[in-house]
Design a binder for this molecule. Structure first.
Ligand code: PGA
Length: 260
């Protein structure tokens, strides 16, 4: 794991965007795994800027999103389909047919999930997966005790996640308890992972995932087995890491050829 601790979410998102851009420039038909929530918003803003100002070309890129709420239509104000349209897809040149998000309205969930895995395989597999992390250590919506070998499937959200995400469901919009999510096994097959975390609320989950034992109780800890994961976090999210000074030192002394 590479752990990069930076002063602000802005700087962290800029490095993450550079990693994504490098991937796309190196392989224009890259397959990206994408996340939602508040964490990747600045990363998406930076990618949009790079598309507009630096010609970053998404015309051959394929995307697969991690998850979606069961029961929400793509047009629903809090669906992840809508989130992706508004925060990224409407502002870059990725062809709509190349974008994939789990279908929260599917009538046959097991068949749909099997098909989603097959589509990922058929695309050649995910080159770079963007991840946030929940305060309970989830990645995607793989809540604690998710099998570390799990594939795309239905999950029930924990009370903690429901409460963390309640802010997105204002007024009388009902918050779904069920989601479709890529599994930990699916995420582990991506060739490169960029995990972002900001704020002191994420500090415990970050420390447990990076430095704690590998356990399904802390699903992100499975990434310790991943050969190419960058954990990019701001200072508040790093404040429970025992080896934070070492990570800062390593990053500050990277040889030129290793710079992001
Ligand atoms: P957040 O969610 O980015 O809204 O904090 C992260 C997650 O649940 O994975």
């Amino acid at each position: 794991m590479e752990i990069i601790v930076l002063p602000t979410p802005e700087e962290s998102s800029r490095i993450a965007a550079r990693l994504v851009a490098k991937q796309i420039r190196h392989k224009p038909h890259s397959v990206l795994g994408l996340a939602t929530g508040s964490t990747p918003l600045m990363l998406y803003r930076e990618l949009i800027r790079m598309h507009r100002e630096e010609g970053l070309d998404f015309s051959r890129v394929t995307t697969f999103n991690l998850d979606e709420y069961v029961g929400l239509s793509p047009e629903h104000s809090t669906s992840y389909h809508r989130y992706m349209q508004e925060n990224l897809f409407d502002h870059i040149n990725v062809p709509e047919k190349n974008t994939h998000i789990p279908d929260g309205l599917t009538e046959d969930i097991p068949i749909f999930c099997e098909g989603y895995e097959a589509q990922i395989q058929a695309s050649g597999g995910i080159d770079l997966q963007v991840l946030g992390i929940g305060t309970d250590g989830h990645v995607g919506f793989n809540e604690p005790t998710s099998s570390l070998a799990s594939r795309t499937r239905i999950k029930t959200l924990t009370r903690q996640t429901l409460s963390d995400n309640a802010r997105f469901f204002a007024g009388d919009v009902e918050q779904p308890h069920h989601v479709l999510t890529m599994g930990i096994g699916t995420i582990m097959e991506s060739r490169q992972v960029v995990l972002l975390a900001f704020g002191s609320g994420k500090a415990e989950a970050v420390a447990a995932s990076v430095e704690g034992p590998i356990s399904s109780m802390m699903p992100a800890s499975a990434l310790q087995f991943h050969p190419r994961t960058h954990v990019i976090i701001d200072e508040p999210a790093a404040n429970k890491l025992a080896k934070a000074d070492y990570y800062r030192w390593v990053y500050g002394n990277k040889p030129d050829w290793q710079q992001h």
